[in-house]
Design a protein around this ligand. Structure first.
Ligand SMILES: C[S@@+](CC[C@H](N)C(=O)[O-])C[C@H]1O[C@@H](n2cnc3c(N)ncnc32)[C@H](O)[C@@H]1O
Length: 348
């Protein structure tokens, strides 16, 4: 999705490495799926009497009417949130949160479940940022191989703060470190500490597209363990689902499709985020829903969510599959909180 968005003339985000990291096979599958979805949306449009629904169905075909889908909105929101916490001038969406964070400027970032994130090569961070990516060994290795092949640098010029010359994708942070570990094994943070994580330095934790894939018992442990090694002023950005959303997806049959990405979702926030995160050492500052976040950007969220659009490969890349395109689409009927984004500050 990020790759396809990047090539649009009015793209909301830029991720030039996304197509490379997704790989040709996945990109072909996704494009085939999109063609089918567009065709089925157009048919739905003809049949539909509901003007609003029709617009949502059409948006992907016409950039003027284009809404913003959840993955792209999430990327945009997290991009802005990350830059705000690292001390760049905040986008208007984050001005109030920036004010409540006071003088906090994190210089250490940890992505838990980093997957194919490419921010260290596509965002321009302020000087002195150390960036940790945590994922399973096979995922990290596959990613690093792809990045090397694409000409991405993992270091700056040795002993300097300047970029390596002639690099196709220069590193945009001071230091990048990949740490392979299993987050569901308690004590995982020891590996992070061994790899140079500094518990005295305020940290930005990024948990994007991760928590709902984890065992429900593991989630609070991960939140508590990250809080335990976080200095005062640390911040967490996390994407979460409400129970309500998960139940809607269940009801709509998402779970019957074993290849659907939704069949892999295990956890949803059982209570209000402030209560849940509060019990794990984090104080929630803001928790807009997906539609609220879109509105904050003056955009329209595409709220038609189809299980056929969600599939994952071994390495958990979100892909589309033509196999699922023939299935009935699932329309999420405006649950109050369909997808949530939360911003939290460590509570000490
Ligand atoms: C859906 S991907 C999201 C990737 C990325 N954050 C993004 O938003 O594009 C979830 C990632 O979490 C990783 N992951 C899932 N369970 C994990 C675990 N127990 N330990 C470490 N990483 C895990 C997966 O390997 C995968 O790369």
């Amino acid at each position: 999705m990020r790759a396809e968005e990047t090539i649009l003339p009015d793209a909301y985000i830029q991720d030039p490495l996304a197509a490379i990291l997704a790989g040709d096979r996945v990109m072909k599958q996704y494009r085939a799926f999109k063609r089918l979805r567009l065709a089925s949306s157009t048919n739905e449009l003809k049949d539909s009497n509901n003007q609003q629904d029709s617009q949502a169905a059409l948006v992907e075909g016409d950039s003027k009417l284009r809404g913003i889908n959840n993955v792209i909105l999430r990327t945009l929101y997290f991009d802005d949130g990350i830059m705000m916490v690292l001390g760049k001038r905040p986008s208007s969406v984050f001005t109030a949160i920036r004010a409540s964070l006071g003088s906090t400027n994190c210089k250490q970032v940890v992505l838990l479940g980093s997957g194919m994130d490419s921010r260290p090569w596509r965002l321009h961070f302020p000087p002195g940022v150390t960036w940790f990516e945590v994922d399973r060994q096979d995922v990290l290795k596959a990613k690093m191989d792809l990045l090397r092949k694409a000409g991405a640098a993992f270091t700056l010029n040795p002993g300097s703060t300047t970029q390596l010359k002639g690099t196709r994708f220069p590193l945009q942070c001071q230091e990048w470190k990949g740490v392979s570990l299993d987050l569901q094994v308690q004590g995982w943070s020891a590996h992070l500490l061994q790899n140079g994580f500094d518990p005295e330095v305020p940290t930005l934790w990024v948990l994007e597209g991760l928590l709902y894939y984890l065992e429900p018992d593991a989630v609070p442990e991960i939140l508590k363990e990250s809080a335990r090694i976080s200095a005062q002023g640390s911040v967490m950005l996390a994407s979460i689902f409400s129970r309500e959303f998960l139940e809607v997806m269940k009801k709509k049959g998402a779970y019957q499709n074993r290849n659907s990405i939704a069949s892999e979702w295990k956890w949803a926030c059982p209570v209000e985020p402030s209560e849940y995160f509060g019990g794990c050492g984090w104080n929630v500052l803001s928790s807009p829903s997906w539609t609220e976040a879109a509105e904050m950007y003056g955009l329209k969220a595409i709220i038609r969510a189809s299980t056929k659009s969600m599939q994952s490969s071994e390495s958990q890349q979100t892909v589309a599959s033509t196999e699922h395109a023939a299935e009935e689409p699932v329309t999420v009927e405006k649950p109050k909180r369909n997808v949530m984004y939360i911003t939290a500050v460590v509570h000490i």
